[in-house]
Design a protein around this ligand. Structure first.
Ligand code: ZN
Length: 232
């Protein structure tokens, strides 16, 4: 199982990996020493990272239906509400990045429930500012875990080259245009493959459409889209 990264990214990637590893160790150690409240919902967790409710949620059966957005189907775990929203918020905005394993488990549950078969996993990359703010690409961490669970390779197929201008959200379709650029060296891993394209939350579907448009340039046989949550 191997990730194909452009050589130019290798050095910074190695240091980012080490940093993330150290962070995860520290965070997990601190969690064990200090946790009396659930990382996700804040309820009593009896010395564990997650409370019994949140642990139970990880075994929830995902939504059995898919949603059609912009003429394509999207598989999803559930709606962006209640417990699922808590998990995503804790992961993305409260810096509990070790929750990538739990979120990967939710995507894995969808793969099993929907009997999705694929050759390789890719993802919608975080914007540069989001990555800089968190110190890592939050979807990439989930995809790495999912790759271990499914024993399928993963690849970074595109870069986010432009920030989405939040002021232009009136026309989000326009605002995501040119947001991503294909990584040339990834093409050979994608051509003639069934690619599972992952994102965390689907709102209008325009970001997913734009990412799909870029991915198609590498001529996969199929793109299967999967998100953790869909906003109603
Ligand atoms: Zn909880």
């Amino acid at each position: 199982m191997k990730s194909s990264k452009p050589d130019s990214e290798q050095t910074s990637l190695t240091s980012t990996k080490s940093l993330n590893f150290v962070r995860t160790c520290i965070e997990n150690a601190l969690d064990l020493l200090t946790t009396t409240n659930c990382t996700v919902c804040g309820n009593e967790s009896f010395g564990r990272r997650l409370c019994p409710d949140c642990e139970t949620f990880l075994n929830t059966t995902p939504a059995v239906s898919t949603k059609t957005v912009n003429n394509y189907e999207v598989h999803y775990f559930g709606f962006y509400e209640e417990k699922l929203r808590d998990f995503i918020l804790a992961y993305k905005y409260h810096n509990h990045h070790s929750l990538c394993k739990e979120l990967a488990k939710l995507t894995h549950n969808v793969i099993i429930a929907h009997r999705i078969s694929f050759d390789i996993i890719s993802y919608v990359p975080a914007t540069k500012s989001a990555k800089k703010k968190r110190g890592y690409d939050h979807i990439e961490l989930i995809v790495k875990q999912l790759s271990k669970m499914t024993e399928k390779p993963w690849i970074k197929s595109m870069d986010a080259v432009r920030e989405t201008d939040q002021l232009q959200t009136a026309d989000r379709k326009e605002s995501v245009k040119g947001k991503f650029a294909m990584i040339d060296s990834a093409s050979e891993m994608i051509v003639n493959k069934e690619v599972l394209l992952i994102d965390d939350v689907l709102t209008t579907g325009n970001t997913m459409s734009e990412a799909s448009r870029i991915l198609k340039m590498a001529q996969p046989t199929e793109i299967i889209r999967l998100v953790i949550a869909i906003k109603k």
